[in-house]
Design a protein around this ligand. Structure first.
Ligand code: MTE
Length: 298
């Protein structure tokens, strides 16, 4: 995980992927990319030296079942998403519930740039330079009450716009959840952009979750509700199949109906590489799961 303060690179300076990559090469040569953990409270954060996945791959190989299960069709279909105007309701067990407009949110909580891995349970992975707001900042402002133990996230539900929601492939709306400790972890991000540009529709505009140590299905897109609550929320994929669990921490020891999770294909590469526990973020997050057991923590 690599985190830089907004001042390090102003997103508006970045006009193209080529410029971004050139700047990255410069920073690496200057030794600045070794400064992983800048602005980050966990001192063990390791430098992320893996090559970035290209803009084209990140934005044209997508899972967004509200539109289609065809990864290559999503970018075109999602052009009707309409991410403005957009409001997000922060509600439930909080002292300060509010309904906030996305642009107001962006003004109140400045985005940071973070490069992290995304590992899908289908066996592919990417390295993505996100812009986003730490979820902890938003939750701290909402002031969770002592009753709050979980955070539930809900995607937009509008079958008129989402062709996939006219079919019962999944239980709509797409719903996800984290424990409060996971939600408050500094690696947990609400992404608002990538490669220094506004988040494309197909990647979950205007606001999507990024939880880098969990399988990609936890990273819920196009969020409209963030609800703090006492009970563990019922989430979309465990309802659909026993292959999926609530925790869904990346675990190379796991082998579900889909087969082994021990290796992965980085999009853009030919060979497979080993999958790492917690997607390579064990030093930052393993303490959240004492006695981590593959079955107990699915
Ligand atoms: N969020 C919603 N609302 N709908 C979805 O179908 N798919 C999930 C997750 N978030 C999904 C979602 C899955 S399975 C993955 S792997 C990631 O989004 C993919 O994110 P990407 O398309 O930006 O790579």
């Amino acid at each position: 995980m690599l985190i830089r303060r907004p001042a390090a690179i102003c997103p508006s300076e970045i006009t193209a992927e080529a410029v971004y990559m050139a700047r990255r090469r410069f920073l690496r040569q200057a030794g600045l990319l070794g400064m992983a953990g800048v602005g980050f409270s966990h001192s063990q954060a390791e430098p992320l030296t893996e090559a970035l996945t290209s803009w084209d791959d990140i934005t044209h190989y997508n899972n967004f079942y509200e539109y289609s299960s065809d990864k290559h069709a999503v970018a075109t279909l999602a052009q009707n998403l309409a991410p403005r105007p957009w409001t997000i309701s922060i509600e439930g067990d909080v002292a300060q519930p509010r309904v906030i407009d996305i642009d107001q949110l962006l003004r109140q909580f400045p985005a940071q740039q973070r490069i992290c891995r995304l590992r899908c349970i289908e066996g592919w992975s990417m390295v993505i330079p996100w812009d986003g707001i730490p979820l902890s900042a938003l939750l701290a402002a909402a002031q969770p009450t002592t009753n709050a133990r979980f955070v539930k996230f809900v995607s937009v539900h509008d079958p008129a716009r989402f062709y996939g929601q006219r079919r019962s492939t999944l239980a709509w709306p797409y719903t996800e959840g984290l424990t409060l400790a996971e939600a408050m972890h500094p690696l947990t991000l609400l992404a608002t952009g990538l490669y220094g540009k506004p988040l494309p529709n197909q990647n979950g505009a205007p606001l999507r979750l990024v939880v880098p140590w969990k399988y990609g299905f936890k990273s819920i897109k196009s969020i409209v509700t963030i609800r703090l609550q006492h009970e563990q929320p019922q989430t979309t994929w465990p309802l659909a199949s026993a292959d999926y669990g609530f925790f869904a921490n990346v675990d190379p020891r796991a082998s579900y109906g889909r087969g082994s999770q021990s290796r992965e294909t980085r999009i853009g590469e030919l060979h497979k590489r080993p999958t790492r526990p917690f997607n390579g973020y064990a030093s930052e997050v393993a303490h959240l799961y004492p006695g981590h057991d593959v079955d107990a923590y699915r």
